[in-house]
Design a binder for this molecule. Sequence first.
Ligand code: GDP
Ligand code: MG
Length: 652
Amino acid sequence: MSVALKHCGSVSEEERWSSSENQAESLEEKHQEVMVSHVPIISSFNDRIRPLLDAVDKLRHLQVMKEGIQLPTIVVVGDQSSGKSSVLESLAGISLPRGQGICTRVPLIMRLQHHTAPEPELSLEFSGKTVPTSEAEIADAITLATDEIAGSGKGISNTPLTLVVKKKGVPDLTMVDLPGITRVPVHGQPENIYEQIADIIMEYIRPEESIILNVLSATVDFTTCESIRMSQKVDKNGERTLAVVTKADRAPEGLLEKVTADDVNIGLGYVCVRNRIGDESYKEARKVEADLFETHSLLSKIDKSMVGIPVLAQKLVHIQATIIARCLPEIVRKINEKLNASISELKRMPKTLSTVGEALTTFMGIVGSAKESLNKIIVRGEYDEYLDDQNMHCAARLAEMLNQYSGELHEFSEDDLTSELYDEKRLKRYHTYQLTLLKNVWTYIEGVIMSVLMHRSENYHQLQLSTRREVYNLMEKMKERSRNWVTEIVQMEKLTDYTSDPAYLNDWNGLMAQQQKFMDALENRYATAFQIEGLGEVSIRGLRAYEKPDLLQAFDLKMRMTAYWKIVLRRLVDSMALHLQFCARNLVNKEMEEEIVTELVGRHDGAIEGMLEESSAVAAKREKAECEHQGIERVQECPGKHHGQNYYKYLV
Ligand code: GDP
Ligand code: MG
């Protein structure tokens, strides 16, 4: 890129911009040629680059830079009073606020556009409005607009102000003028004014896409310039820095040496100029400038490709075309990316709601779609909406939890059947397991329901708050209900014994078949324990003191109980599974909707009305997205966009 730009100055397609030709002509005529009649000659070039420049300017207007898309920009920097404003004035042929005291306090985007009408057309764009103005009023208009943006004090702001100058003969250029660099705050300026300005300048010159137009006064030593120090921070070798040396008239001595020695690494070269002074007209100023570089004993020695406002204009037009052409493919790529993102954002955005009826419909839609999603993941075990989120695979997670609970119960009862735990104590343990399971299950389901509902109502904060509250209340009810149910189940088991399960008789018979072996073991005076299949090891040491009929009866009783507990255990697991499935299904299909709708609609707690308000806030966001979207589409329609590469070749 640096190579391409370095040669910009020597590309001589618009030779008429150079003031070295036609010495015979009067200066007046020369000026005419430079500022006005160049049009036919460079128009073919302009015709091709202009749509691109327009597109870029439109994007700038849409503030795509805030979205992280960098636009090719010529940024004007310079120490205070270096002559920045004067240079811009010279390029635009208009008066800008100038001189001591009134300095640029906000970034000024200057968009120069050639037009064929004899009358210039000027306007300021800021704070979303366009204010037409005139050459006579421009200085005041800028001051007023600046006051509106940055306050009427001496403070600065980085919100830009755009000045559009449509004038016959101006080069098609867009440049950004930044506040001048001051070391010492003037009266009324904040203490950290230097840092504030430096931050703004850095923000503009840091991107690779920016070309730095460094304005240096011939009267100072370039190496001491603050603006040079800054541009070198981001562009060490000056590959994208062009220097304009002002006030050539005031310090002609040694200027040639200064610009040829290039002590400060200016990759894109120097252009020496002499700006308008005092009440001179622009015509007069150009005349004097041309004359100066033509006739002055020292200044005339400087190569003509390095002097005069017309040369500067030509170089800038070239550089601008080059950077636009170079950056365009990348901009188009980023814009496509943004476009896709903004389309999907638009799709996700809720439509604007204007009546309570509409809000209600949307609300019912939210509840309905949440219900459908929950039905899928909790009841039907369909996870297409949450393929990658294991936690939302509810039916599977619930099955896992139940399995774990069943495993725990069995483990506990195996440990325990052989010991002499009373029924009541054993049931109490089971109860604890059940309560823990219920708590875990409902907490988990609550999390899932919240997550689905919050996602569905993400654009309505007020609604989210109310829904969250209702779901919380509902889940408390569910937990309470389950607790009561399980207590009742345990109570039932405690007070009654019944089973019609044939497995009971089977088990009991299997256990009783070991009775004879058990009695034999008791006969063996050395045996201390006996292994009962399906039950475990029992200690028999203390049993020898009892009579045989009592022992037979005790064995029978113990085996009946063992077989019965197995049934109880299975019953506890099964009924728990049924209970949870039943409750979850009811909750999702009926209770959740009833609870939320009755509470939110019936009680008028403001959630539905709040949706209207929120949707208008979202509407603003939507408008912005739509606007961006349109801007982006416009750029995509831009005829030149496919030819970026060709422009580049053409320019180099
Ligand atoms: P800024 O603070 O960088 O915007 O500088 P200005 O454009 O306001 O210029 C500061 C002062 O330098 C003004 O009084 C200008 O008239 C003067 N000035 C700017 N350019 C030239 C020039 O080329 N020659 C002379 N003699 N004075 C200039
Ligand atoms: Mg200025």
